[in-house]
Design a protein around this ligand. Sequence first.
Ligand SMILES: Cc1ncc(COP(=O)(O)O)c(C=O)c1O
Length: 377
Amino acid sequence: MTRLPDFRLETYFSRWEFTARHHLTASDVQSMTLSELLALAEDKDRDTFENLSLGYTETFGDPALREVIAQTYEHADADDVLCFAGAEEALYVAMNVLLDAGDHAVVVTPNYQAAETVPLALCEVTGVALDPDRDWALDLDKVAAAIRPNTRVVSVNFPNNPTGKVIDAADFTALARLCDERGIHLFSDEVYRGLERDPARTLPQAADLSERALSLNVTSKSLGLPGLRIGWITCRDRELRSRLERAKHYTTICNSAPSEVLARIALKARETILARNGALIAANLPVFEAFFAEFADDFEWQAPDGGCVAYPRYHGADGVEDLCTRLVAEAGVLLLPASIYRSELTATPADRFRIGIGRRNPEEGLAAFAEWLRGRR
Ligand SMILES: Cc1ncc(COP(=O)(O)O)c(C=O)c1O
């Protein structure tokens, strides 16, 4: 296995995710129960689930699931889809297939750590930072300037974790064109797609824009079903797809059969689930706004363009690392400090923290947070 550094976010979560009283930094929307999901199923899919044989499934993924996934794209069919155990396996396998030692990749920061540490373990990588002083703008000229003759991959993530940024569709299309012109694979992590505050800002999917682009998605985030561990890459480059499939023979071989059926049910009910989750976030936002309005001297709040995390600024002289450490230890409120999103590639802000806005009843965690803040005044 490629040597990789500790995954800071997952290491922090190993310590706190299931022990902190208030998980106020979740990046997934409120999950539903198995029976709630099955209640959304067509009779024949529920019957398939209940009578499922627990054998191996196809490495590419259950054909019926891939068919439903393909329907979420404009220009893809089931053959263009390859399923993985979550987005994480897909990202890991894709980078290992796309990048060799003499290659180069361009990665946007800040990011979900694997987006940069996996390529960094394989080849040279240049970071291009979203600009915190310009509403996290992505400067396409900087991306173009970072590209070298041996650049094989440009990796982006919108809606972005942790900033919530969604760039303009015209810029995203221009980025896909730039990559095409240079013979580069655009790797587009679209796991928060479908949770845009203004649906008009939903980006096209990279695999629809370019035959060589890879669109990464998963049931974990917008659909709130991370326990299924079903992710996928959609890509119309057949030769690349086949190489990805062969690499998966060394990781999970195939997906969990029950999860494939449940993911199919979830994707068929996608519009219903996304509407439910969008409504939950819309109802939560005023609760967060009220909290940050009360503590306006301490924090600078900005609602995300999309996704279910925000990345507010903390003004306190003690610093955000100390704030998060004390907050979880003394009040049981879990947030992710900026160091989790530190990059090896570019400077990243040191005064931010990630807060999750997609879980039910954030009032409880925010009340504990507020009480702790009042107590130290
Ligand atoms: C941007 C991004 N990509 C990929 C992943 C990995 O997703 P999964 O847990 O489904 O493997 C995450 C998880 O937080 C993420 O935020």
